[in-house]
Design a protein around this ligand. Structure first.
Ligand SMILES: C[S@@+](CC[C@H](N)C(=O)[O-])C[C@H]1O[C@@H](n2cnc3c(N)ncnc32)[C@H](O)[C@@H]1O
Length: 176
């Protein structure tokens, strides 16, 4: 039928999404300079926290359990969630995983003290809806901590960004 992907193609995309992509993000998403910035900013979170697109859960190690009541960990990719749960077990944090995309935040408004997003906004297809949703659930005196990236100012770096970008675009709409 018009517009339908063959079964083999859907299976390959699911495999990439749930196994290869989480592996790539785990391997490449936390070099030392990035880990140092994560440590500095994630430790500012306090109270009830919403983290969107937690991925393999590398930020969990940087939350201060003395300041954080609970982390609502939103992540639509099951392959990421299993890795994140492993990271969660290495901490004393209270974490509730929510297997939904950032466009569908199922929390009451306003209910969280901190929202955290690291390298996630660039992967969300409905980013405007997601930002509106997180502003809806964030208390008026709450904090939005984000660490994101964009196009480099220099041309050689842009060339490599464009070459490698397809690897990191999360195929979030795969239907199996
Ligand atoms: C580049 S990874 C970053 C993971 C993690 N935040 C980090 O800093 O390592 C982007 C994450 O966003 C997730 N993601 C993809 N589409 C999403 C959506 N619509 N809403 C929320 N997260 C999404 C991906 O599954 C992936 O875990």
């Amino acid at each position: 039928m018009h517009g339908e992907k063959p079964q083999e193609c859907r299976t390959a995309m699911s495999f990439y999404r749930e196994h290869v992509y989480p592996h790539l993000v785990s391997m490449l998403g936390n070099p030392k300079p990035i880990a140092e910035i994560r440590k500095r900013i994630v430790s500012l979170a306090q109270g009830d926290v919403l983290e969107i697109g937690v991925g393999p859960g590398v930020n969990f190690a940087h939350y201060d359990p003395a300041k954080v009541n609970k982390v609502f960990a939103l992540e639509p990719n099951p392959g990421m969630l299993s890795r994140a749960d492993k990271q969660r077990r290495a901490t004393s944090l209270k974490v509730e995983f929510i297997g939904l995309p950032g466009e569908q935040i199922p929390l009451a408004n306003p209910s969280v003290d901190t929202v955290v997003s690291t390298f996630t906004l660039c992967t969300i297809p409905g980013v405007t809806d997601a930002i509106q949703g997180l502003m809806r659930v964030l208390k008026p005196d709450g904090k939005f901590i984000f660490f994101e990236h964009g196009l480099a100012p220099d041309a050689p770096a842009q060339v490599w960004q464009r070459r490698t970008e397809p690897l990191f675009v999360s195929p979030s709409k795969v239907v199996t």
